[in-house]
Design a protein around this ligand. Structure first.
Ligand code: ADP
Ligand code: ZN
Length: 754
């Protein structure tokens, strides 16, 4: 037998190796192996078992690494698809599929000595006062790690050993799982009685689950033909989508099926995780809930992954990469906030977890449920065309009304201030904050830009302090009194005079607004208000995030100022006012999705207002108050926005009417980058000449020409048939010769065009 092996060192090829007699039976598709490669041994994954090879003089597999089947055939098939579609080597795709901690086997189960109380001996042994104290602890805990006992009892190993000798307890080595949520107290919850809209949605999902064929472990073939259609659950914020997910998962569990829940990294708060853990901590379908996200330690990741692989955790909740979790008998995949761009990985393999979810669901015959208050144009388009099944929940659960949204025209404010910049707060917003403070209600203020002021400009010569590595202005951060680049992190001191040659003007103007300045201004305006700021600068540690949120929840903060971090899924009943300070910010990004993103952001942010008994109010400040994205968001009119936006996309053949491949060339020498881009564009023109629906835009400098000291030029391809495109581009990339110091990256279905 011959093993076809994909090596972990990134080579776009597979190699054949003989399986020696002593390893036969221990090697399967998905087994990791060590094989000779040149003078070295390298690790790889068996992707196929074959009888014959086109090559001669095959070398032998040296050894098997780890236990059999770390990669299931299904997951392997998915990795192959990712490699092909996203135009990257399979072994890179495999790296995403299998966490580093599992692949390298650096982390192991942690074994620790545990002390366990034994059934009491017939005759109670005599104990010294010291021993009695320690025994009291053991008796109370019944079972605890030895280290913990030593700490609690302020005692020594000898004392504990004496108790062991007297037959009161045993000391043994045991696996001790690292549980990142071990300190949480989780109270079980029961299903909530649903309203009609929820019932209808749930019933549709249950019906699809009931229709799933019997699960066949060994079957890794493509089930696309019989696949249930994915669902798109379009439900306004507060419509009770999560409850639908929970009960759908419960149904899957009762059928013996597992579930994956994807949530954007930023929404993967302890609050979210607890909601899932609590529901499944007891009852007939009780199971462990594994959590996968990027902040886990290597050890935690190892444990969570193996809990899933061993079938003990039937539910996985996690960010992007959780879509690859090896859940036993997978039945349901939920993708919450499916429109979120963080589902896209911004390095190779540049996969989109929502799209991978749909593909995994289709291939494995699994029910996929996408949910959002503001579905992506792509998903809603699919629903309209019948590719997805649309479920709608247009009202909030407790019949709370959607908040009133008022748009404030900053141009009018600007005129009031005689052509100068308007103040940070319009009169209406200032008054509204004041009212909330009086009524002891809470306010959220949103500005998607951190720092104090966004540029530093000389009033005499106009020089702007820019980043030496990127084509952006430096942001002034007052707390640290430094200038900071938000692209590459470059930092420098604030100049005391204009640094431009021959200028030296001491008057430097700080312009442009950041959260830091909002906080400061607010504190001056309302000296008695308790104000907190939440952005990347204030949240250095992962505990910071939850600390601020807990304080806000407990009512110890009146006004919370923040970036998009605070726009997402949070639920605070006492927030009755949301202010969006500068809605235009996301409109002016050079990206065809700028309007969509603004609409989504405004809708999400306003979803934070009025989730309790008091009706909410949202005040949106803007220089372009009549922009459709702002006006449709004001009226909570998703469909209206969709209809006008989809027309614009059709005219320009932008997604969802087409798919995009974005080719970026980057290097430190701008001329070389530019010429390489021209060369690639020519090559594409020749190679893809026969593609009829293809639009090639560029080459052109990227909107952000220079980032982290690299110059970037781009070519954008738009076509309806992306599946074939991946292969064509991979081939071109392999055959093309570019200068050594110019790199070509290919992004299929990009979400970030800058
Ligand atoms: P969404 O995810 O759509 O924003 P959630 O699922 O978070 O909404 O629901 C908002 C709140 O309403 C939660 O506190 C949830 O427990 C509660 N809830 C959900 N369904 C119902 C219901 N049918 N009746 C009462 N409360 C509900
Ligand atoms: Zn920079």
């Amino acid at each position: 037998m011959i093993a076809r092996v994909t090596l972990e060192i990134a080579l776009r090829k597979e190699f054949d190796y003989l399986i020696p007699g002593e390893l036969a039976g221990g090697i399967d598709v998905g087994t990791r192996v060590k094989v000779p490669f040149g003078p070295r041994h390298v690790t790889g994954v068996v992707t196929a078992l074959v009888e014959t090879s086109p090559h001669t003089n095959l070398r032998e597999v040296a050894s098997v690494v780890g236990s059999k089947g770390a990669v299931t055939p299904r997951v392997l098939a998915l990795a192959r698809w990712i490699g092909e579609y996203y135009c990257c080597p399979v072994e890179l795709a495999l790296k995403s599929v299998l966490p580093e901690a599992v692949r390298r086997e650096e982390a192991k189960w942690r074994e620790r000595l545990h002390v366990t109380a034994l059934p009491p001996p017939p005759e109670t042994p005599r104990l010294t006062p010291r021993q009695q104290e320690v025994w009291n602890i053991v008796e109370e805990w019944r079972d605890l790690p030895l280290q913990e006992l030593l700490r609690l009892g302020e005692t020594t190993v000898e004392t504990v050993r004496k108790l062991e000798d007297k037959g009161l307890l045993s000391i043994a080595q045991r696996v001790d799982e690292r549980d990142p949520y071990a300190r949480e107290k989780i109270l079980p919850t029961l299903p909530i009685a649903m309203n009609t809209e929820q019932e209808v949605s749930l019933k549709a999902v249950k019906t699809a689950l009931d229709a799933l064929p019997v699960y066949d472990e060994a079957d890794a073939s493509d089930h696309s033909q019989t696949a249930p259609r994915p669902f798109l659950l379009h439900g306004v914020t507060g419509s009770g989508k999560t409850e639908v997910y929970l009960q759908a998962i419960d149904h899957a569990l009762s059928m013996g099926r597992g579930a994956i829940v994807l949530v954007p990294e930023i929404s993967l708060t302890p609050q979210t995780v607890e909601r899932f853990k609590a529901r499944f901590s007891s009852g007939p379908n009780a199971t462990l809930v594994a959590v996968l996200h990027s902040h886990l330690s290597t050890g935690e990741r190892h444990d969570e992954w193996h809990k899933i692989r061993q079938g003990r955790a039937r539910i996985v909740i996690g960010a992007r990469s959780a879509i690859f979790a090896p859940v036993d008998k997978l039945g349901l995949v939920v993708v919450d906030e499916e429109h979120e761009h963080s589902y896209k990985q911004e390095e190779s393999p540049r996969y989109h977890a929502r799209d991978v979810a749909v593909v995994r669901g289709r291939r494995e015959g699994v029910v996929v449920l996408l949910g959002s208050a503001t579905p992506s144009l792509e998903s809603y388009f699919n629903a309209k065309r019948g590719k997805y099944q649309l479920l709608e929940m247009p009202s909030r659960v407790t019949d709370q009304r959607m908040p009133v949204v008022r748009v404030e025209d900053l141009r009018v404010e600007s005129r009031k201030s005689r052509g100068g910049m308007p103040g940070i707060f319009t009169d209406r917003l200032r008054e509204a904050i004041h009212q909330r403070l009086e009524r002891k209600e809470q306010t959220i203020l949103f500005l998607n830009r951190r720092g104090y002021s966004t540029s530093l400009q000389c009033t005499k010569c106009g020089h702007v302090a820019g980043c030496p590595n990127c084509s952006v202005a430096l942001t002034y951060h007052r707390a640290s009194n430094r200038l900071l680049c938000h692209i590459c992190g470059h930092e420098e001191a604030v100049p005391s005079q204009c640094p431009a040659p021959g200028c030296g003007n001491p008057a430097i103007r700080y312009s442009g607004l950041g959260t830091e300045r909002v906080e400061e201004t607010l504190a001056k305006m309302f000296p008695h208000a308790r104000i907190a700021r939440m952005d990347r600068d204030t949240l250095k540690k992962k505990e910071d995030y939850r600390r601020v949120l807990t304080e806000f929840r407990l009512g110890r903060i009146d006004v919370l100022v923040g970036t998009q971090m605070i726009a997402k899924g949070l639920h605070f009943p006492n927030v009755t006012l949301v202010g969006v300070l500068y809605a235009d910010l996301s409109l002016h990004v050079p990206d065809f999705r700028a309007g969509e993103r603004t609409f989504q952001l405004l809708t999400q942010v306003s979803g934070r207002a009025g989730r309790g008994d008091v009706e909410g109010e949202v005040i949106v400040q803007s220089f372009t108050p009549y922009h459709p994205a702002i006006q449709f968001a004001r009226r909570h009119d998703y469909l209206g926005f969709y209809e006008q936006e989809i027309e614009f996309r059709e005219q320009l053949l932008y997604p969802p009417w087409s798919r995009i491949a974005l080719l970026t060339l980057k290097g430190r020498n701008e001329d070389k980058v530019r010429l390489s881009a021209v060369h690639v564009a020519k090559e594409l023109g020749v190679r893809l000449a026969a593609w009829r629906d293809l639009v090639i835009a560029g080459p052109a400098p990227a909107p952000l020409l220079r980032a982290e000291s690299f110059f970037r030029h781009q070519i954008m391809l738009r076509t309806k048939s992306m599946a074939r495109m991946g292969r064509a581009l991979a081939q071109m990339q392999a055959e093309l010769s570019l200068p050594d110091d110019v790199q070509l990256s290919i992004d299929i279905d990009p979400v970030n065009l800058v």
